[in-house]
Design a protein around this ligand. Structure first.
Ligand code: NAG
Ligand code: NAG
Length: 393
């Protein structure tokens, strides 16, 4: 009797799970198809180079100032010990993030001279020591740079004026608002108007368990927030909700693309004033992280295999720290030598559909891809990678 009821109960549970598993099957299939020994590698670039491996790491975001031939990078080595999105908080001192400018246009420059640190001005030393960057948004017309800062003292957005000649970013303002509780990516509509994604509703800090559930069930709870800073006020409101909103890019006057990392898809929205209306979706055979655009195409960078990325991310604080490494097990030492996490970079346009640019693990954990179409240069940066990958055609 009891076992009959038990069985019936299991049947009910199973019946409830089927649609859920079905709706998650696209994401789950990447766990199988993209496992490192099965992954089909792609590299469409004529040549590529992984640069600055000894100087910078964990550069999650990059954008180009094509006029100046510069790639601006936000690199946070502290992410190894402190990652609010993946819920990593390790004891001990945490390195802070820095901004860099890479001159990718002047080919005669020696590597040592082509990468320079951007000085932060009017930004107190203690704020600089607690800078933890994620996304950046840049309005070229006004030279306004917005940087997501997951400071230990709270999540906020820093606003700077960027001088691309002197390579100085002068701090103008710190923007915080209850609706920006988990700010990730920023797209600057102007110097006073931005779109911001919050990757989760339940941030890992609020509840690690609910945050994981939200990711694995791809619950449509994370938000896109429109922020208007005119008149010195922070006027923010939610304009869209979706699962794990990550990169955001305004494609043209009507269309906004948002990456959903947990659904392995990119969602398109139509702009309606400051509001966004869902329009359509494309599935990606990987988990998209950040978006950008160039030459009328959407550029999508992301992660091929989540379990491998999780292991890679979780070991960086040992592999990249000589003291920790010397005390690690033989197994860990071996993993530190060979371990990697496959990157996946694609481009999309309505006419040509999805085309893959780079799939592989010579350069791990791709999070953003930017491209200067005229100079035929592409740059991939990686969440937990050393250096950056430069593709030339
Ligand atoms: C992704 O890249 C774009 C620039 O291409 C930037 O605006 C955005 O903030 C980035 N987000 C993250 C999380 O790196
Ligand atoms: C904007 O981009 C979308 C997606 O590629 C396209 O469907 C739409 O026609 C474009 N709109 C304009 C005004 O170019």
């Amino acid at each position: 009797m009891a076992s009959g009821a038990g069985k019936a109960f299991l049947v009910v549970i199973f019946a409830a799970l089927v649609p859920l598993l079905y709706s998650r099957s696209h994401t789950l299939s990447t766990f199988y198809t993209n496992s490192p020994h099965r992954l089909v590698r792609v590299n469409t670039a004529k040549s590529y180079d992984i640069k600055f491996q000894d100087r910078i790491r964990s550069c999650e975001d990059a954008f180009l100032v094509e006029k100046a031939g510069l790639a601006i990078l936000a690199c946070d080595p502290g992410r190894e010990k402190y990652n609010t999105v993946m819920n990593v908080v390790r004891p001990g001192p945490v390195a802070s993030a820095e901004l860099f400018a890479y001159d990718y246009a002047t080919e005669v420059l020696q590597d040592a001279d082509s990468l320079k640190k951007i000085k932060l001005a009017s930004f107190p030393a203690e704020a600089e020591a607690d800078l933890h960057t994620l996304g950046m948004g840049y309005d070229e017309e006004t030279s306004t740079l917005f940087v997501t800062n997951h400071a230990r003292s709270g999540i906020r957005i820093e606003k700077f004026k960027l001088d691309t000649r002197e390579l100085v970013a002068t701090h103008l303002d710190t923007i915080s608002h209850p609706l920006l509780y988990g700010a990730n990516s920023i797209f600057a509509l102007s110097g006073e108007e931005i779109l911001v994604t919050n990757d989760h509703h339940f941030t890992a800090k609020r509840s690690p368990v609910l945050s994981q559930l939200e990711t694995y069930l791809a619950l449509p709870l994370s938000t896109v927030v429109h922020v208007n800073l005119k008149g010195g006020e922070v006027d923010a409101h939610v304009v869209a909700r979706l699962p794990f909103a990550n990169g955001i890019e305004v494609l043209n006057s009507t269309t906004v693309a948002v990456a959903s990392s947990s659904k392995a898809s990119v969602l398109f929205y139509t702009r309606d004033g400051s509001d966004l209306k869902y329009h359509s979706e494309i599935l990606t055979p990987f988990l998209p992280d950040n978006l950008s655009s160039a030459g009328g195409k959407l550029l999508i960078a992301g992660h091929a295999h989540m379990p491998t990325l999780a292991k890679f991310a979780d070991s960086r604080h040992i592999c990249n720290d000589p003291t920790e490494l010397s005390q690690a097990t033989a197994e860990m030492k071996e993993y530190c030598k060979t371990g990697t996490a496959p990157s996946w970079v694609s481009e999309w346009s309505e006419i040509e559909g999805l085309k893959h640019v780079y799939v592989g693990d010579e350069y791990p954990s791709s999070s953003t891809f930017v491209r200067d179409v005229d100079r035929k240069v592409g740059i991939i940066v990686g969440l937990y990678a050393k250096g950056i990958m430069v593709l030339r055609d």
